[in-house]
Design a binder for this molecule. Sequence first.
Ligand SMILES: [Zn+2]
Length: 283
Amino acid sequence: MENVTPTIFTETKVRGCNPSFVVTSDGVVIIDTPQLPTKAVEMRKLAESHGPLRYLINTEHHVDHIFGNYYFKGGPTVVHHQGVYDNFMVVGPELDPFAYAKEALPTDDPEGEAIFPDREVYYADPNKAQIVFNGDLTLRVGDHTFELIHTPGHTPGQIAVYVPEERAVFTGDTIFSECQTWLMTSNVDQWLDALDRIGELDVDFIIPGHGPVTTTAYLATQRAVLMEWKTAVAVAVAKGWTREETVERVEFKDRYPVDIGQEYMMDYINSYNAGSLYDKLTA
Ligand SMILES: [Zn+2]
């Protein structure tokens, strides 16, 4: 894992989200967990070498941010926004998050097969929150402050974790840094508001959900990506294109690569982004 500041550790180079932790004077706070089992166990060991694990916060409910919670059982107190809690590993019409986590093993974590639970065992206790909140929440841990700020858009329960003492914010997938943005079922208008809220923070470091650590300068780029997508699909609707034509013709594959380990999903992401926007704009 790389240090962002002397007390902030993050992992940006492994398949999944950017799981991170912050070392305080009174223990360690985890922010998102590795999707790959072996990486989750390794991160827990590394974090524990810096002190007792106090809290585990998930920035969103997507599987690549929460599946690894399973490997932190019996450790830190888990904290979720209501929207994360309600959607935690819920099987949807398009995506079975448990199957998606399993699908990554042969290519990205063959050793993880041995510690990957059966579906029934997993769902009996996937390590959801003990503390569930609505709106914003502030945690004081040692000399550090963790401001959990509700920033819906990418997902309904999306939060940013602002740590003023480190001049840093963990945004989850409100920021896709230099990689393809997954719109999925997002609310793009709310997402733009979320970027405004993050822009009000006095920070030097943005730890994004995916891609390299960045700065507030990147907020304008993320805004442009969202507006470009929405405008292009709005134009398609105005021209009377069908859903199929829109999915076929509207794509932004040239902008950025897909984040590590998911290169094969380029077509899926672009089709899903165009299709979901089309459905919203024609609803
Ligand atoms: Zn996400």
